[in-house]
Design a binder for this molecule. Structure first.
Ligand code: BT5
Length: 275
């Protein structure tokens, strides 16, 4: 049985670190409003790249567009990482896809049923198990910092789920039927994040596109995408080298979507073409 209140062994995480930079500094908090807010403050105070904030629970865990992130204590992973990417402001949003890929690849170490839903949700059997919140601090054309906030539902049980998330959210434990070692997961996540982030900076996002596509559960699916004003309908063809989603609409025209909420018209069915 999972004991409900066992803190994450942050010393074991530090000792087992396999990265050069990510997680060299870890700020561990039992409770906070949002790990992204703490990381933003640390970045403003000069925190080095790879500084990590982890909390056992968040009182105001954030999703995108003012949405909230359910953060029950001692169950899951709520982690933010300070980045100082040497990229132009318009290129920074693509890093969200990189963080999503690394997160999905980590989940895939535990289950081959892991899938990516553009832009960066991680699903198992159509249920969301991880979400990413990227927040940038920029001045004119210079990126000062980007905070990558990652929430992964590791040991959450059905009883931990708020009513509105039932049927929509899941956890690795719910999917696999066994408790998940949070230290092992966090260690692998930091390793994969550092590897993919470094690769993206050195080789460009296009080098990661194939890996992203292989985990995507959207390719070939009929979707509706709301970009906050317009609605696009079409079939997902591919992810472009610049991170935009390529749709073919009913008239056969190709559309590039930069950002938005995706609804899959006929459900997920089979998660990935190869699973
Ligand atoms: C996200 O937003 O998916 C980004 C979530 C990022 C959370 C991390 S935790 C560490 C760091 N600190 C923070 O304060 N945030 C980051 P979005 O795509 O807008 O999805 C939000 C929606 O997901 C909500 O409106 C719910 O429908 C659903 N949701 C909320 N909590 C969830 C959970 N624990 N698991 C699965 N789905 C959830």
């Amino acid at each position: 049985m999972l004991r409900p209140d066992v803190p994450l062994d942050v010393e074991a995480l530090r000792r087992g670190r396999t990265t050069a930079c990510f997680g060299a500094v870890i700020r561990y908090l039992e409770t906070t409003d949002s790990t992204n807010t703490v990381a933003q403050q640390l970045a403003r105070d000069g925190a080095v790249e790879g500084t990590v904030v982890i909390a056992e629970t968040q009182t105001r865990g954030r999703g995108r567009l003012g949405r909230s992130w359910a953060s029950p204590a001692f169950r899951n992973l709520y982690l933010s990482i300070v980045l100082h990417p040497p990229v132009a402001v318009p290129d920074a949003p693509r890093l969200g896809l990189v963080v999503g890929l690394a997160t999905a690849e980590t989940v895939a170490e535990w289950t081959p049923r892991a899938a990516l839903k553009w832009p960066n949700d991680v699903l198992i059997d159509g249920r969301k198990v991880a979400g990413i919140l990227m927040e940038m601090d920029a001045e004119e054309d210079r990126v000062r910092s980007v905070i990558a906030g990652i929430g992964v539902n590791l040991n959450m049980t059905p009883e931990d789920l708020p009513d509105d998330l039932r049927g929509k959210a899941g956890s690795l434990r719910m999917a696999l039927g066994t408790p998940i070692d949070r230290v092992a997961f966090a260690g692998r996540l930091l390793a994969r994040l550092e590897a993919r982030y470094t690769q993206c900076l050195q080789e460009g996002f296009a080098a990661l596109r194939g890996a992203w596509e292989r985990l995507s559960c959207l390719t070939g699916r009929a979707v509706e995408i709301d970009d906050g004003g317009r609605r696009f309908h079409g079939t997902v063809c591919a992810l472009a080298d610049d991170g935009t989603l390529q749709l073919r609409d009913t008239a056969g025209r190709m559309i590039s979507v930069v950002a938005g909420e995706v609804t899959v018209i006929d459900g997920y069915g089979k998660e990935r073409a190869d699973s």
